[in-house]
Structures are given as structure tokens and as C-alpha cells.
Design a protein around this ligand. Structure first.
Ligand SMILES: Nc1ncnc2c1ncn2[C@@H]1O[C@H](COP(=O)(O)OP(=O)(O)OP(=O)(O)O)[C@@H](O)[C@H]1O
Length: 224
């Protein structure tokens, strides 16, 4: 479950005051096992809102609750443990360049101290699902943008997180791969993972009519 109550986000170090407020008075709730699209024009605040959810930013004002935990009240260790229950697909992937595809995807499972046998079974299965089993020993710089995105998606879902946060996860995928990704995400959602996906892909939003949070200029202008 994710709940925002009157949340404001202000970036520090901004030179122009008018640009300082990235989110203004945001309130919404996503029920456990829910799915939300997050839409809005470029610069509306989608990535900023997702960063608050995965605890990479802190609000200037307001209250945020993630998976039953008050974000502001967590110690560093609690925040780290909470983050492990959240799968994140970053807009810029953030794969570790020195690790191959297999080890990048295995990372969350190893952090969760799963057995190597389990790691091998699950990583191989998810790599097969995203169509990259044959590239498991390639490093990120040897993969195309779409392939890196699919590895980033595999890493986000492999440990079956309670919450999946995906920032423009189909940005580098063709239509067929985007559909396949949606099959994967909706399957995970049916198993109980709460999902929020930021996207510009209107076709996908129309095809999968889940409720939508719409942002404009830092304000929530649509919820439903
Ligand atoms: N680290 C930062 N420091 C200062 N301002 C920032 C920072 N990150 C984002 N912003 C500003 O906050 C606003 C919201 O940005 P954000 O990245 O959340 O938008 P977005 O909706 O995700 O856009 P896009 O669709 O282009 O990814 C923008 O005006 C942006 O310039």
C-alpha cells in the first residue's frame, strides 16, 4: 500500500525559485495489490513522485506511507530493508557496468540471501521470459538500449517485490516487447504485487485500462 497526504517536493540547489517545487500538495492512495498508471507531460513530476516512493527523495511537507511504514520515520537500516521490498525500473536503467546481465539480475536475490540454486532457477527463468537468456553473460555496454531495459525490468521483478515502481519501462521497447512486459507486470500484479508505472505510452494505457494518476506541473489533476 502507498499513501501520500498533501506531499510537496522541493529540489534544493535550484537557481530559479519558480522551478523549485516539483510536486505540490499531492494526495492519493494505492491499495495493496493495486495498479496505477502515472501519466503527464515531460517535466510534470512523474519521476519525482516515484523517487519519493522508493525513498530516493524526501518531501518538504506532507506524509508518505509505503508498505505500512511512515517514510519519514525510518532509520537508515529500516529504509534499506524497505527498499529491498520495492522493485524499481529506473528511467536510465542503472545497471552495474562491471557485472554481466545474469549478475545484475541476480543482485536483489543475493541481497535477500536466497540460495544460489534458487538464484539460478529464478534468474534463468526471468531472463528467458524477457528473451535474453542467450545474452546472460553480456555486460550492459555490450547490450542495446532495449536489451538493457529488459535486463533492468528482469532485475526489478526477479525477487517478486511487494511493490513495483517502473519509470517509463517501455521507452526503448518495440510494441511486441511492450506487450510482453505488460503480461509480466500484470501477472505479478495478480500475485499481489502493488504496481505503479509511469509512461508516455498512451496506446498501452488504453489497452490496459487500470486507474490512472495524472500529473501536470507538479499537481495531481487526475485520480481514477
Ligand atoms: N534533481 C533535480 N534538481 C532540480 N530540479 C529537478 C531535479 N529533478 C527534476 N527536477 C525538476 O522537477 C520537475 C519534475 O521533473 P520530473 O523528472 O519529475 O518530471 P517527469 O514528469 O518525470 O518528466 P519526464 O517525462 O521528462 O521524465 C522538472 O521541472 C525538473 O526540471
Amino acid at each position: 500500500m502507498v499513501r501520500f497526504d498533501d506531499v510537496w517536493l522541493r529540489y534544493r540547489h535550484t537557481t530559479r525559485a519558480a522551478e523549485a517545487e516539483a510536486l505540490r500538495g499531492i494526495s492519493f492512495e494505492i491499495e495493496e495489490g493495486g495498479f496505477r498508471w502515472l501519466t503527464g507531460p515531460s517535466g510534470a513530476g512523474k519521476t519525482s513522485l516515484l523517487k519519493l516512493i522508493y525513498l530516493a527523495e524526501h518531501p518538504a511537507r506532507g506524509r508518505i506511507e509505503i508498505l505500512g511504514t511512515r517514510a519519514a520515520r525510518t532509520t537508515r537500516r529500516e529504509a534499506a530493508l524497505l527498499r529491498r521490498r520495492i522493485g524499481v525500473v529506473y528511467q536510465d536503467f542503472r545497471l552495474l557496468p562491471q557485472l554481466d546481465a545474469y549478475d545484475n539480475v541476480a543482485l536483489p536475490m543475493r541481497l535477500a540471501r536466497r540460495s544460489e540454486a534458487q538464484v539460478q532457477a529464478d534468474v534463468t527463468e526471468i531472463l528467458r521470459w524477457v528473451g535474453l537468456a542467450h545474452r546472460m553473460h553480456a555486460r550492459p555496454d555490450e547490450l542495446s538500449g532495449g536489451e538493457q531495459q529488459r535486463i533492468a525490468i528482469a532485475r526489478a521483478v526477479v525477487a517478486r517485490p511487494k511493490l513495483l515502481v517502473a519509470d517509463e519501462p517501455t521507452g526503448n521497447l518495440d510494441d511486441e516487447q511492450a506487450e510482453r512486459l505488460m503480461l509480466l507486470i500484470t501477472a505479478l500484479n495478480k500475485l499481489g504485487t502493488t504496481v505503479i508505472v509511469a509512461t508516455h505510452n498512451t496506446q498501452l494505457v488504453q489497452h490496459y485500462p487500470f486507474p490512472r494518476l495524472g500529473l501536470e506541473n507538479g499537481r495531481l489533476v487526475h485520480d481514477g
